[in-house]
Design a protein around this ligand. Structure first.
Ligand code: ZN
Ligand code: ZN
Length: 353
């Protein structure tokens, strides 16, 4: 049970309980998918405090948790809860609780020491279990299917927005609850902005298009990027595309459990640097994906944490040439002891049509 993974932290941090407020963390530990609620976890007890809208849903989704009914505000319920549970020292998620909220809670609980905690559940979420990997596979498969559908209809003259909607509509009508993020379709110079939003720019023949897409299936996200062009590309684009492709394949061949995020990042970065484009790859190589589309672990020049087997990571090198175009290729992989298992199956081709 996931609670068993959290509980050792209580002893390590000398806490009587941990209060979990963040939505994905709450879902990960309890199974509860509602939009509002707080978990209080002690060595023996697991409480889910939520309001009238979720009383019934909570019972179905989080059978291991005891319901505490919020009738007015959570802080009105807190004094009784901490006294019943004998809580003197309470950990809270300092990255997810506002200053205002903490003030209300601590004012309601005179004798409780509120102890900030960071990344407690996020660290647990980084390593996926088989059920999570299955959900991730379904999410990736639907993204692959949406891209295959797009390749059948994509043609010059479509706008970036039109392409994005084509993909989103396919995902939504084939089992996704939603898209995992605002889909990116960026043609020509827009592709040089790593997080461009689609506009009404009609896509011209020969213009490179960065397509970064993902959906949510059973709560789990997917994230994939392909860069291609319709018709005859120019030679500069082909050269840059080949470098990014080589960087990506090199990283996928080298990354394995036991590497740090810095080492994983370097496996792709070295290829791009050697080709002379080191200063045009300004973001990290990858991020974890799970209940959230950006989560732990990370692979970048700043992340010295070690990658472990069972973690899920994007491998997404890119080269961005302002005013011209960008190229990014992104797969989702599972970190294994001996290498990576690449989940994304969409074809990688510089040119389509
Ligand atoms: Zn992406
Ligand atoms: Zn990504």
């Amino acid at each position: 049970m996931r609670l068993d993974k959290l509980r050792p932290t209580l002893a390590e941090q000398e806490l009587d309980a941990m209060l979990i407020s963040q939505a994905e963390n709450r879902r990960y530990l309890s199974g509860f998918t509602g939009s509002a609620g707080q978990l209080i976890i002690t060595a023996q007890e697991a409480i889910l405090a939520t309001d009238f809208r979720y009383y019934e849903q909570m019972g179905r989704e989080a059978p291991d948790f005891q319901l505490a009914k919020i009738k007015t505000r959570f802080e009105d319920l807190l004094p009784e809860l901490v006294s019943d549970l004998g809580i003197g020292c309470l950990g809270f998620e300092s990255e997810h609780v506002s200053v205002h909220q903490l003030r209300l809670w601590s004012q309601a609980t005179d004798n409780v020491e509120w102890v900030p905690q960071r990344e407690t559940v996020e660290r647990l979420r980084a390593v996926k279990d088989e059920g999570e990997l299955d959900a991730l596979r379904r999410s990736v498969a639907l993204t692959d299917a949406a891209f295959a559908h797009l390749l059948g209809v994509l043609e010059p003259g479509m706008t970036e927005e039109g392409v994005a909607w084509e993909i989103e509509a396919y995902m939504r009508t084939h089992g996704a609850t939603k898209v995992a993020f605002s889909l990116i379709v960026a043609a020509g110079p827009n592709g040089a902005l790593p997080h461009a939003s689609p506009g009404n720019h009609p896509i011209a023949e020969g213009e490179p298009i960065v397509i970064d897409i993902g959906c949510v299936v059973d709560g789990y996200c997917s994230d994939m990027t392909r860069t291609l062009c319709l018709g005859k590309p120019d030679s500069r684009y082909l050269e840059v595309w080949e470098i990014v492709h080589r960087a990506q394949e090199t990283a996928e061949a080298q990354i394995r459990a036991g590497m740090t995020g810095i080492e994983a990042d370097a496996s792709a970065r070295e290829v791009i640097e050697q080709a002379g484009y080191g200063d045009r790859f300004g973001h990290g190589l990858g991020h974890g994906v799970g209940l959230a589309v950006h989560e732990m672990p990370g692979a970048s020049p700043r992340v010295d944490k070690v990658l472990e087997a069972g973690m899920v990571l994007t491998v997404e090198p890119g080269i961005y040439l302002p005013g011209e175009f960008g190229v990014r290729i992104e797969d989702l992989v599972i970190i294994r002891e001996e290498g990576v298992e690449v989940l994304t199956q969409s074809p990688k081709r510089a040119v389509s049509l």
